[in-house]
Design a protein. Structure first.
Lengths: 186, 186
DNA sequence: TTCCAGCTGTAGACAGTGTCTACGCCGCTC
DNA sequence: GAGCGGCGTAGACACTGTCTACAGCTGGAA
């Protein structure tokens, strides 16, 4: 395993470098260096820096999707809470990847197949919201959108330390609980 | 007006450049160029790129604070809705500035006096939440944190087009309404 | 008046980046 | 066996942020 062409190797090296040293270290030339090739080599597979970053981010979306797919069946409320925890846990466990995944200025977003990666994720959320019963009178899709934004905002602001500072908390769980209780009935 | 030393001029030029050409154009050398000085000049006042960006971002926080301070008195629910609209409107009107303000990797955050700029803003939000009555049993501070995260998430995801794509909406107002209804009673 | 010190901005260098282009090399096919 | 096409190399270019040495002007002291 692991010797399947330079293209995959670059992505693998990139993912590891991202996890180890953060987004700012994810240079085209550094990835090439760690892959043991010259700085021009990646160009054969990724004509531009954006495209390499996009390929790496896609790996992250696949990972997150897998995590979310792993939440067990059960009452929709429980599933939603597990999903929210998974989202936040992913952001905390892979801060560099999380940052990259939502840095749309780095992602050639159209190219990324965002529709294929994050829309199914949203669809799952929307189904669960409809099943659990949205609290507001708005359509389930709108409530699901607001809930998603809430989860994302918590993940983002928490990873920056802003929410700890503002609320004085040191555990994001109550925030998640409050967000879920707010948007959905059960 | 406008001839008060290079330091202020650099910040002014930076703000305009940011609004006009986006965050990626906000180069130390380009700012110097537009200010009509050599590339080394800014170093006297901003020893590092981060510090110039932080000074520019501070201008943004002041602007946002002013906008928020401009919401009229009235029932807390109305004030909250106006505040939410102001937050989102700011993000939509100044996308570059909004991006910069929350790019903590660019901001020498400790240096920025974040406590002085965004904590009062949060305090206002928390007061209004307490006044309007949080829907959840959680402490008002926690509910306010969740609501802030929700507003921020909506602003962020909307500015990326993700929410339009996911919910099919073309107006963020229903999302704001849903978020407010979710977190707070009146 | 003269001189000197300090602040301010200039100019050049350096390492690093992404991108582009010309060039070897190697294996495959005709 | 000869040619060719894909793959990786190597060098160049413009650009970035940072550092350092230097000029020019100012204001105050002798």
């Amino acid at each position: 395993m692991g010797d399947d062409g330079l293209r995959d190797k670059l992505v693998r090296v990139g993912v590891e470098l991202l996890a180890r040293e953060g987004l700012s270290a994810l240079t085209l030339r550094e990835v090439a260096r760690r892959a043991g090739v010259s700085h021009g080599a990646p160009r054969r597979y990724f004509p531009t820096h954006l495209e390499l970053l996009s390929a790496i981010a896609r790996e992250g979306f696949a990972d997150l999707t897998a995590q979310v797919a792993g939440v067990p069946a059960g009452p929709p409320g429980d599933q939603l809470m597990a999903l929210a925890r998974a989202y936040l846990a992913f952001a905390r466990a892979n801060p560099g990847m999380f940052e990259l995944m939502f840095r749309h200025d780095l992602l050639a977003s159209g190219h990324l197949g965002l529709r294929d990666t994050s829309l199914p994720l949203f669809a799952r959320l929307a189904d669960l919201v409809a099943e659990a019963g949205p609290r507001s009178a708005a359509p389930a899709r709108v409530v699901a959108g607001a809930l998603w934004a809430n989860l994302h905002g918590i993940a983002q602001l928490w990873s920056w330390g802003s929410l700890q500072l503002a609320t004085g908390a040191d555990d994001p769980e109550p925030l998640l609980r409050a967000a879920l209780d707010a948007h959905v009935l059960a």
